[in-house]
Design a protein around this ligand. Structure first.
Ligand code: ADP
Ligand code: MG
Length: 140
């Protein structure tokens, strides 16, 4: 998916977090956003994912204006700096969760969910943890 942002502005009170930001992220490219703490990296990612809305400017996903789309409709994945896992679900179920909550007509079958989640876990070499529950960092 190609992502572009066009003249994004975001203020929190009288503090300007994003001031006219325009960037292109072509399909298949890996991009790193570098900058000092507080320069607006997380705010930009939250606006792209739809977790936050810009005051003005656009987010284009595959060339389509997604600025007013709900986070659920955007198909943008997001891994938080601070992890958020449901502790009552296994690692497998945590990953499957986003597929299970899709509207019925968009929801993959149980077999497809198993396939997708297993493939993702294999990709990051964590398939051996699929049936485990969340481990707290102080548990190591
Ligand atoms: N919900 C919020 N309310 C008020 N200020 C915020 C909020 N989110 C971020 N900010 C402020 O916006 C600026 C950019 O934050 P952020 O995007 O988290 O920066 P980064 O990820 O680059 O460290 C910071 O000064 C931060 O304090
Ligand atoms: Mg941040």
């Amino acid at each position: 998916m190609s992502i572009a942002v066009n003249q994004l502005q975001k203020r929190f009170g009288n503090f300007t977090a994003l001031d006219n930001v325009s960037l292109d992220f072509p399909n298949g490219e890996l991009t790193a956003l570098l900058g000092p703490s507080g320069c607006g990296k997380t705010t930009l990612l939250r606006i792209i994912a739809g977790l936050e809305y810009a005051d003005s400017g656009q987010v284009l996903l595959d060339g389509e204006d997604a600025s007013n789309q709900h986070v659920r409709e955007r198909q943008v994945g997001f891994v938080f700096q601070h992890y958020a896992l449901f502790k009552h679900m296994t690692i497998f179920e945590n990953i499957a969760f986003c597929l299970r909550v899709k509207p019925r007509h968009l929801r993959p079958s149980e077999t497809q969910i198993k396939e997708k989640v297993t493939k993702l876990l294999e990709l990051v070499q964590l398939d051996w943890l699929a049936d485990r529950y969340r481990i707290n960092c102080d548990g190591f």
